[in-house]
Design a binder for this molecule. Sequence first.
Ligand code: OXD
Ligand code: MN
Length: 596
Amino acid sequence: MKKFSTHNKKLKDWVTKMAKMCQPDDIVWIDGSAAQKEQLEKEAIVSGELIGLNQDKLPGCVLHRTKPDDVARTEHLTFICTKKKRDAGPNNNWMAPSAAYKKARSIFKDSMRGRTMYVIPFSMGPVGSPFSKIGVELTDSRYVVLNMLIMTRAGVAALKQLEKDDHFTKCLHSKAQLDINKRLIMHFPEDNTIWSVGSGYGGNVLLGKKCLSLRIASFIARKERWLAEHMLIMGIEEPNGHIEYIAAAFPSACGKTNLAMLVPPEGLKIKGYRIWTVGDDIAWMRVDSDGQLWAINPEAGFFGVAPGTNSKTNPNMVETIKKDTIYTNVVLKPDGTVWWEGADGEVPAEGIDWIGRPWKPGMKDASGKVVLGANANSRFTAPIVNCPIASFRLEQHHGVPISAIIFGGRRAHLAPLIYESFNWQHGVFVGATMASERTAAQVGAVGEVRRDPMAMLPFCGYNMGSYFGHWLNMGKKMKKPPKIFHANWFRTDENGKFLWPGFGENLRVLEWVLDRCNNKVNAIETPIGYVPFISDIDMTGLHVPEGTLEKLFDVDKKSWIEELKGIRKFFEMFKKDLPKEMWEEYEELALRLKKQ
Ligand code: OXD
Ligand code: MN
C-alpha cells in the first residue's frame, strides 16, 4: 500500500509520538482514493472485520458486527477533560487532563502491536469552506477508516489544507482489547484533542462525528462565536422555486432522520412542495455578513438507525442505502442481503443474527424473551450523495440560510403540536427546557421526564450554563434571527393513542412555521408562546376525528405550572453559571401561567 507523509511538522511530530506510544507494525496514510478503499475492504473481508454482501443486489455494500457489549455510545465512559471542573459543567463527566492522559496512556501503550496505524486526514464541512474544520484520526481499525471515508471528506484534499494552516483536531483511536473495562472516550477541548480507546462502535470511534463535530466544535464555536448543534437541516422548496431552510433539534430516537427526508403527503402534493435534505444530525451555523444565520452540515454521510427504516417511514433512506453502504449489527440473510426488524418485505424464514448466530423469527432465549435478529441500535453508514433528495447546496461553502429553528421532544400530554416563542431570548429558554418522556422502549420508569436542552445534553463540550449564555449572545449578533419554535409529534389522547399521524404529515406543521416566518398568518397568544389558528393548518386530504386539532394545540396551564418545578430543579444544577435571562424567562412564564 502506498505510503506518504506531510510537510506539516506539527502533524508529523504528533503521528510519530502517538506511534511511539501505540507501537503499530506499520503506518498507512489514507489518501481518499477508490483504489485504496477497495484494497482496505478486501483486507477487512479477509481478516473477518467485514462480511461481503450480495454485490448484485447490494453493490458496494458490506456487513460488520461489533462485540455484543459494544453496540452504543457509552456516556458513562465519556469525559470532558478541562483544567477546571467547572468548565465541563454538571452536564459532563469530568477528569483532570493530566490524570485522563495518564489513565488512557496505560491502555493505549503498545495497543497497536501487530496492527497497522491508519492516518486519516479529514475535513468536517466542504474542503476549504470558512465553516469547515480539519481533523486527523489515527486508528487501528479498517472499519473506522471505511466509515470515515463515507462520513467525512477524507484524504489528500483535507491533508493539503494543513499546508496552509496548522490547526487540526488530534483524534486518536485504538480498539485495544475492545474491553468495556478499558474503554474511555476522552475529550481535551483545551488541547483540541480526542482520545478514544477500547471501543469499535461508531458513535465512540468515528471521531469526526459526536466527538469533534459536537463536543469539541461546541467548545471552539463559543470562542469563535458560532454554533455547533445536534440538528437536522432541510430545505422546503415552494412551487415558485424559492427554498426556505430550517434547522431542528430533537433528542435521539425522535425521528430527526425521517423528518430531514420527509415525503410530502398526498393532500399537499398539489401545492408542488419539494424537500431537500442537507443533513440529519449536525449543523454548524454562523452569522454571515448579511446578518443572517447560515448553516452547513459538517458530515458527508448518514450513520442511521436501521430498525424501523422502511418504504413507509423513510423511502428516501431506503433508496440511499441500496449501494455503497456499511451495515452494522443487522441480520444476514441466506441470499447475502440484510434485514432488520421493521424492514421492507417479508420477515426472512432464517438468517444469521447480529451476534453471528443462526436465527429464526420468533426464537426465544432461555428466559422466554423473543430474540431480535438485528440489534436495536443496528446501523447503516451511507453517503449523503446517494440520497435522492440530497440538497444541491451540500458543497456550497456558505451553506444555507436558516429561516426557522425547531426544538422538540417527546411529550405525551404537555406540549402542543407546535408553538412559536415570543422572541430569541424566549426561544433560547424553550430550547433550554426541552425534555422527553421515557417510553416503554427504554430502560427505566415510563413517563419519567428527561431534560435534554437543545438535544445537546450528551454532546455539549462545556458547561451548559455558559452554553445558554452563548446562545443568547448569538441572538444579539443577528440582524434577522431565525424564529424559534417547539414541536411535539407525540401528543396522545386519553387512551394513549397518538393524536397526530407524523411522518410526511409534519409538512403541514412546517408550512405554518414558514408562514409565520414570512408574516403570512396570525397566531393565538398563550402563556407559553404562539399557537396556530386551526384554520391556518392545511388539512387537505388528512382526516382526523373532530376536535383533534383543538386537543393538539391546547395549552393546559395546570400541567405547565407543574412543569415549572422540573425546570427549576434543572436550572438550579447550574448555580451561578446559568444566565440571569433564563431565570427571567422562568419567572415571566410563571407569571403568565398564574394570571387570571
Ligand atoms: C446519534 C445519536 O447516533 O444522537 O445520532 O445518538
Ligand atoms: Mn444524533
